[in-house]
Write a protein that binds this ligand. Structure first.
Ligand code: HEC
Length: 107
């Protein structure tokens, strides 16, 4: 009986360590931004999942020739029918989505 209790508590301890280890890993990366989901929740509406949708007069992002600074400027401040995202996205989200969009370009 006592031995069973010991094994049970030892198991609980090891399992608890394993579980806290898992969540600790996530806490180590609070800065990690999922660029794809930022793009999907803010840009797909007009640019489409592959950047080519051109809805509401949106630019085909695969044909864009802007560098990352130029893309950031458009995304941050808006242009024409495109709203500005400077107030909606954090700086880290902006940086991430700019890189994501830059990668659409066919060189
Ligand atoms: C309401 C529709 C809409 C949404 C949402 C939208 N865009 Fe746009 N986007 C446009 C339009 C329209 C243009 C063309 C602007 C113009 O005519 O000057 C454009 C242009 C751009 C350009 C310029 C490309 C070039 O080469 O000139 C980039 C880069 C861009 N969008 C990225 C994004 C990103 C990143 C997001 C999400 C954060 C986004 N867009 C969300 C409509 C949209």
């Amino acid at each position: 009986m006592k031995k069973g209790l010991f094994i049970l508590s030892a198991f609980t301890l090891v399992f608890g360590m394993f579980m806290s280890c898992g969540s600790h890993e996530q806490n180590n990366q609070p800065e990690a931004i999922d660029a794809k989901s930022v793009f999907e929740s803010n840009c797909v509406l007009c640019h489409g999942g592959n950047g080519r949708a051109m809805l509401a007069g949106a630019t085909d992002l695969t044909l864009s020739r802007l560098d990352t600074a130029g893309i950031k400027n458009v995304v941050k401040n808006g242009r024409g029918n495109m709203a500005e995202f400077g107030t909606k996205l954090t700086e880290a989200e902006l940086e991430a989505v700019v890189k994501y969009v830059y990668a659409f370009q066919i060189k």
